[in-house]
Design a protein around this ligand. Structure first.
Ligand SMILES: *Cc1c(COP(=O)(O)O)cnc(C)c1O
Length: 292
């Protein structure tokens, strides 16, 4: 398994010069082909904590297509820790690509009913003192602290930092890391997830500023997509050679293009878009849907 933070680049995107808007994309997807870029950052502090407390196994929650699950499995393998994933629903006959990969990295999968999952019930066999629990999606203060370090790789010259938002942990980290004159804009990939504002606020209690979450670009909900989104992702790739995924970064790039078109950003703005990875999610699309 190869991990390299040296591979992160900041790619200028020359699509909105007419509007006098400069855009660059920080390519966390280049850290690893399978494991989402932002997940490495979010996991960092949890792994340090587990090590300090002498824990032997990381336990976490996730769905069938969870980038977080694969990232935890891989990070544990690299750090010599055992890992267990508590997965929503019954074990399917055919495991998703994501879960196969998690097992290949040595993760034990425990399937629990949707009801138990919603209550975040930990199976008895995993309730041991030597286990360390990480929330679904890495949500929490340590996750946000870890994510704040993304901006160490991003340059400082921007007016707005834009990212895709699931649990809001990465966004919370970015809010804490930007300068007072910089804004953080989050694009929610879930439908009507209006708890997000509160969830982000809970992780940014000490920051003197808030971000802005936009809820209009979910394309039907989490992991849902439309022909317009797929068309856009192919077009964006043709113009920039930057691949995106249909769950997170495709929606982010679409949203930003649309917001620029609608003059959401003042002329002269310099946008930094976080390419948070997630490209493995595209494996669940029919072959040929995307041109990359
Ligand atoms: C998990 C993930 C996100 C969302 O991060 P949160 O901290 O949960 O908001 C965004 N992009 C990609 C590619 C992800 O895998």
């Amino acid at each position: 398994m190869h991990l390299s933070f040296d591979h992160i680049t900041i790619d200028p995107v020359n699509l909105f010069a007419q509007k006098n808007i400069a855009v660059s994309v920080v390519r966390l997807d280049k850290i690893h082909t399978v494991i989402s870029g932002n997940k490495w950052f979010k996991l960092q502090r949890y792994l340090e904590d587990a090590d300090k407390l002498n824990k032997k196994k990381i336990v976490t929650f996730g769905g069938t297509y969870s980038n977080h699950i694969v990232a935890v499995a891989a990070a544990c393998k690299m750090n010599g820790l055992a890992s267990a994933g508590i997965i929503r629903g019954e074990r399917p006959k055919l495991l998703s690509h994501t879960l196969v990969q998690a097992e290949e990295y040595g993760m034990q999968l425990h399937f629990i009913s949707r009801e138990d999952y919603n209550k975040k019930i930990i199976p008895y066999s995993l309730q041991q003192d030597e286990n360390y629990l990480i929330n679904e999606g890495g949500y929490g203060e340590k996750g946000a602290f870890g994510a704040a370090a993304i901006l160490n790789y991003s340059g400082k010259d921007f007016t707005h930092c834009c990212c895709a938002v699931g649990t809001g942990t990465m966004m919370a980290g970015l809010i804490q890391a930007v300068s007072p004159y910089q804004k953080v804009i989050g694009i929610s990939v879930l439908k009507n997830n209006f708890e997000l504002e509160e969830n982000v606020r809970a992780l940014t209690k000490n920051a003197r500023k808030e971000g802005q979450i936009i809820h209009d670009y979910h394309f039907g909900g989490y992991a849902k997509h439309t022909p317009a989104l797929i068309h856009f992702m192919n077009d964006f790739y043709r113009q920039t050679v930057i691949p995106s995924d249909f769950v997170y970064t495709g929606k982010l790039f679409y949203a930003v293009s649309d917001l620029v078109k609608n003059n959401f950003f003042p002329a002269g703005s310099r946008l930094l878009l976080i390419h948070s990875g997630g490209l493995q999610g595209n494996d669940s699309l029919k072959k040929g849907t995307l041109i990359y």
